[in-house]
Design a protein around this ligand. Structure first.
Ligand SMILES: [Zn+2]
Length: 99
């Protein structure tokens, strides 16, 4: 697997984690009044989704992409907290042949 493929796979994983989080939050919002048990399941899903979203690691520096909040809330700036790599960025082309 090339470096470029590894980045693409990592960004796809990040989008999937964000999608799971959004589905769980929207599911919770739509079911909280009508069926509390299903809303509870969505709430747990949202917690797991938020944790997995924060657990995503930068494909360049392999550290947490988002800072872990300790005393304040951090919002997703679209850049790696450690190395500043922008989300969905690809590595510079090394000219290593077509694939
Ligand atoms: Zn990084």
């Amino acid at each position: 697997m090339s470096e470029r493929d590894r980045y693409i796979k990592a960004w796809d994983d990040r989008r999937a984690r964000l999608f799971m989080l959004c589905v769980a939050v929207v599911g919770f919002a739509f079911t909280v009044r009508s069926s509390p048990w299903i809303a509870g399941a969505f709430f747990i899903g949202a917690m797991v989704g938020a944790y997995r979203y924060y657990e995503f690691r930068c494909p360049r520096c392999d550290r947490h992409f988002l800072p872990f909040p300790r005393d304040q809330i951090f919002f997703d700036t679209g850049r790696c907290d450690s190395c500043g790599l922008a989300a969905n960025a690809l590595p510079p082309d090394d000219g290593g042949g077509a694939a």
